[in-house]
Design a protein around this ligand. Sequence first.
Ligand SMILES: Cc1cc2nc3c(=O)[nH]c(=O)nc-3n(C[C@H](O)[C@H](O)[C@H](O)COP(=O)(O)O)c2cc1C
Length: 163
Amino acid sequence: MISIVYFSENGNTKSLAEVVATGARKIENTKVNVFSIDDVDYDCLQKSDAVIIGSPTHYANTCWQLKKWIDELSSYNVNLEGKIGGVFVTAQYVQGGADIAALTLIQHLMVKGMLVYSGGCAMGKPYIHLAPVAINGNDEFNASLCDTFGQRVAQKAFDLFSK
Ligand SMILES: Cc1cc2nc3c(=O)[nH]c(=O)nc-3n(C[C@H](O)[C@H](O)[C@H](O)COP(=O)(O)O)c2cc1C
């Protein structure tokens, strides 16, 4: 099982979370949940083999709402240690700091003891080094990137936990 957790003020990140989920569901036997940070089913989260976090870029960083949610996770008795962790971010500008937003999230996943995975350049094109970065909403290019990312994370979760 995979859970995708996002914060979205204006709908871009929510929309791309659904695309990541569509990609992940293409891998056999993969059940995928999509949660806004306001309606997370913590039981499902704890049972997930992989957790993917999606954030808009705010002021060249992760949005504070997700930072707060991650900081408070232990109060919901959630332990993410040993799970695959991946991130995706949305932004308005290429030069708007999306990579920093992604790296901040990756840092948090590492602190939680997660096995951070992007697929990297090892998977070939489209190259996703740190995370998919969706500039300016859910267009064809961004959707393809996020769908591919969902497939790659789900395939890795299947290979590690279901074989
Ligand atoms: C408070 C705020 C700060 C933002 N700061 C940045 C920024 O630093 N760099 C950038 O590229 N986009 C920035 N944006 C644009 C959002 O990252 C972008 O529109 C994103 O896709 C919004 O996601 P959402 O629709 O899920 O809320 C900002 C938006 C808001 C509301």
